[in-house]
Design a protein around this ligand. Structure first.
Ligand code: ZN
Ligand code: ZN
Length: 415
């Protein structure tokens, strides 16, 4: 194992878009973050295109690029990442869907896409659907597991099935649950749509009679009486980092999708108490888990979701506050890190500007400090300053190869 260690820290949606009405100041500009600013001074700074200029990334696609996998080549849908992140083993031929327990009326019109954000007894509900026999496609088996709150994962297993089918989740209320349709002409897609539609209809028959729902109704709560599915995916055909570069890596993340892609890329995915993926997440616990993991790994990937949440809400003040909390996490890590033999990189998977309240294609700042990344001399880590940094402008896809090179793990291209 290489002597040198790497921490790659990704704050989801951290970057913002400077706008005239705010005097071009972003939460990164105004947050009090002495540790991160010091990192920017000591390390090399630049801008990163999450995918390429003008391409607005989802977090899943952005993470493919961040881990060094070209999403245009390797992205095969979201459901598989969620399934692996939830601890489900997938075969290359399986098709996995992200699901919600939802509430529908007797005509299958959606009343509530999240079944009153049900928290209790979802496992009991899931058990009643897991292993369901699908009679119209008898060689397809349905595996179904609840995950967090109203969320769940469906895996369809069988020969000749495909992820090229439409969602049953109508993504809105007051309309009927959608019928899945094949998105191409192949028999596999037709068969998968048939299987998914039968699963959906049967989920209603089984769940509406379930005792958990009878009790919910008696308490005036929305019953979780159907499962709606979206985001079909198959295992992406990627070579793990461990194999590609011989990099031993671990991941500290709470979001199931991020845990999924990290696991598929060959990382050990750690469980950290108090890491919730929410605003209340325990950043100190995450920092300590990352430091501990670095003892046995070359690279530790640390993901913080909390910056993306206020960004989607358009809450500037909250985003600033979260950045200040994250800065304290950096303080904890700095005390234990020797930049003489350790690289520490901080970036975002994409920008989620307050002014947009959604992801955008803006480039995001990056800093990499370590034994051989010269100091930028910049006084502050921000979107504007990063444009004047000494890394220049790179793609997210370049980060892992750059790090692998510094670790002496990159293979020569050519003679
Ligand atoms: Zn994201
Ligand atoms: Zn987001």
């Amino acid at each position: 194992m290489s002597e040198k260690k790497v921490f790659l820290i990704v704050c989801d949606g951290m970057a913002d878009r400077p706008t005239r009405d705010r005097k071009f100041e972003t939460p990164l500009d105004v947050a009090h973050k002495p540790n991160i600013d010091e990192l920017a001074r000591l390390g090399s700074v630049g801008l990163v295109d999450p995918i390429s200029p003008g391409v607005v990334p989802g977090s899943d696609v952005a993470h493919f690029a961040l881990l060094g996998y070209d999403p245009f080549r390797f992205y095969t849908g979201r459901g598989s990442l969620e399934a692996v992140g939830a601890g489900i083993r997938l075969a290359p031929t399986d098709v996995a869907f992200r699901c919600n327990f939802a509430t529908v009326d007797e005509n299958l019109t959606v009343v509530d896409r999240r079944a009153g954000r049900i928290k209790e007894h979802t496992q009991d509900l899931a058990e009643s659907l897991n292993g369901m026999r699908i009679t119209s496609t008898p060689d397809v088996a349905a595996e179904f597991h609840s995950t967090i709150e109203h969320r769940a994962v469906l895996v369809l297993r069988g020969p000749s099935i495909s992820r090229m089918v439409s969602d049953t989740d109508p993504h809105a209320t007051n309309i009927k649950v959608a019928k899945s349709t094949p998105l191409d002409e192949t028999p596999a897609s037709k068969k998968t749509a048939v299987a998914l539609n039968e699963f959906t209809e049967k989920s209603f028959e089984i769940l509406q009679k379930h005792e958990v729902n009878i009790e919910r109704k008696s308490r005036g709560q929305n019953p979780a009486n159907i499962v709606v599915a979206r985001g079909p995916g198959t295992l992406p055909p990627i070579t793990p980092l461990t194999v590609q570069y011989g990099i031993k890596a671990a991941c500290v993340a709470a979001v199931p999708m991020v845990r999924g892609i990290c696991k598929i890329s060959g990382m050990e995915v750690l469980n950290v108490e108090g890491a919730t993926g929410g605003l209340d997440t325990n950043l100190d616990a995450k920092a300590h888990a990352a430091l501990e993991a670095s003892e046995k790994n070359d690279l530790v990937f640390l993901h913080v979701k909390a910056t993306d949440i206020p960004s989607h809400d358009g809450n500037f003040e909250m985003k600033k506050k979260i950045l200040e909390k994250i800065d304290k996490m950096f303080g904890t890590m700095f005390d234990q890190i020797d930049l003489g033999n350790t690289y520490i990189a901080l970036t975002a998977d994409h920008a989620t500007p307050i002014s947009v309240r959604d992801h955008s294609a803006d480039p995001v700042p990056i800093v990499i400090a370590g034994p051989d990344f010269p100091p930028s001399g910049l006084k502050k880590f921000s979107e504007k300053n990063s444009a004047h940094g000494n890394i220049g402008r790179i793609r997210a896809l370049d980060i892992i190869p750059m790090i692998a090179d510094r670790l002496g793990r990159a293979k020569k291209f050519g003679f």
